[in-house]
Design a protein around this ligand. Structure first.
Ligand SMILES: [Zn+2]
Length: 374
């Protein structure tokens, strides 16, 4: 279990928590909000451990006492974690699904927890957290803690609670019991009921900078990416470490190179027919959306060069090529092409026939007679 001091970028949140701990003035409920993968869940677990460590010094848990060891395996009986799960997954597959969810939720490859199916983790009963799992939470919240001073409930993606679940949770918040701490984590606090928001203390987790993400990827991953891969992933991850971690596992440099080739395809050329056929064969709209994202990132860099911006390029490993493209394009033309990609992304999500989207976007990326935007 990482300590506060090891969660990068959230120093101001941690200072607030330290202050509350020192004065023994913790609220009954927190809302941790911010982009996915910026350290909300990790901080929630670190706080639970810190609260119940027998030998905590200077804000950090000792990591060695009996409660600490249980928290580090996510097996403390007074730590309850709820997250949305597909209801359709049952039996043996369920343990597998939980394992998968844990890997995804615990910043994959960075903080490894040992998990056995006997872990004391309460799992939401449905894809969206339903009243059933919150009823379970209410039951747990009403019981005395097994051994800890503070029983901690962590609810991930709290915005995905159904109305019935949210109303049920509200009852817990309206009659808080001493010794319970609820932590609702969400990237979309606006979707929570006002009555829930008003009963929790909200702490905002900031987006990580690209440099912070690059450093984390290179320091913490078991198989550290190259600087070039880390930079590209960080540029595309929009402040989220977990998104960046997922990206470095997917050969980002190759994807970027493919996107650059795609941007320069001539409509109706043999190369463009081949590219469309390859992309359609992948049957993966997420990967194709990623292709458009990389295209957008590239055009953004070309735009930056033309505008004389001093912000470092996302594709700084390919700066010479970015500059070459900048020589043959104008700012309005780049903006027009970025709008084409945006439109294509929308079509992709709208389930438009894939070959049609691809042929259309190749055509439009080269249509210089169209009216420029902006
Ligand atoms: Zn300890």
């Amino acid at each position: 279990m990482p300590k506060f001091s090891e969660v990068i970028g959230q120093e101001s949140v941690h200072r607030l928590l330290e202050g509350a701990l020192e004065r023994d003035r913790l609220p009954h409920a927190y809302i941790f909000h911010g982009s996915p993968g910026v350290g909300k869940t990790t901080t929630a677990f670190a706080l639970a451990q810190r609260l119940n460590c027998l030998e905590a010094t200077q804000g950090d848990p000792c990591g060695a006492c009996s409660p600490c060891r249980k928290y580090e395996r996510l097996q403390h009986p007074d730590l309850h974690w709820h997250f949305p799960m597909p209801a359709s997954v049952k039996g043996g597959k369920r343990a597998e699904e939980i394992r998968k969810q844990l890997d995804e939720r615990l910043e994959p490859g960075i903080f490894r927890f040992h998990f056995s199916t006997a872990a004391s983790i309460a799992i939401g009963r449905d894809k969206d957290t339903r009243a059933g799992s919150v009823a379970e939470l209410r039951h747990q919240a009403g019981m005395h803690s097994v051994e800890a001073r503070t029983k901690v409930f962590v609810i991930s993606e709290a915005d995905r609670m159904t109305d019935a679940a949210a109303n049920s949770l509200l009852k817990i918040l309206e009659e808080p019991r001493p010794g319970n701490l609820l932590i609702l984590c969400t990237s979309n606090p606006g979707a929570l009921l006002d009555t829930i928001l008003s009963r929790c203390q909200a702490l905002r987790f900031r987006d990580l900078t690209e440099d912070e993400i690059v450093a984390l990827l290179q320091e913490k991953l078991a198989e550290p990416p190259s600087k070039k891969e880390a930079q590209l992933a960080a540029a595309l991850a929009q402040g989220s470490l977990s998104r960046a971690t997922g990206l470095v596992e997917e050969e980002v440099v190759e994807q970027r190179d493919r996107a650059v080739r795609f941007l320069n395809l001539l409509p109706d050329s043999p190369e463009s027919h081949l590219a469309v056929a390859d992309l359609v064969a992948m049957k993966d709209r997420v990967l194709i959306e990623r292709l458009f994202d990389f295209g957008d990132l590239w055009l953004g860099d070309v735009l930056r060069v033309l505008a004389g911006s001093s912000v470092p390029l996302a594709n700084r490993d390919a700066e010479a090529l970015v500059r070459e493209h900048a020589r043959s394009l104008t700012i309005p033309e780049i903006k027009r092409r970025m709008a084409v990609l945006k439109e294509a992304r929308r079509a992709l999500r709208g389930n438009v026939y894939l070959p049609l989207i691809l042929r259309d976007v190749i055509e439009k990326l080269h249509d210089r007679t169209a009216i420029p935007v902006g």
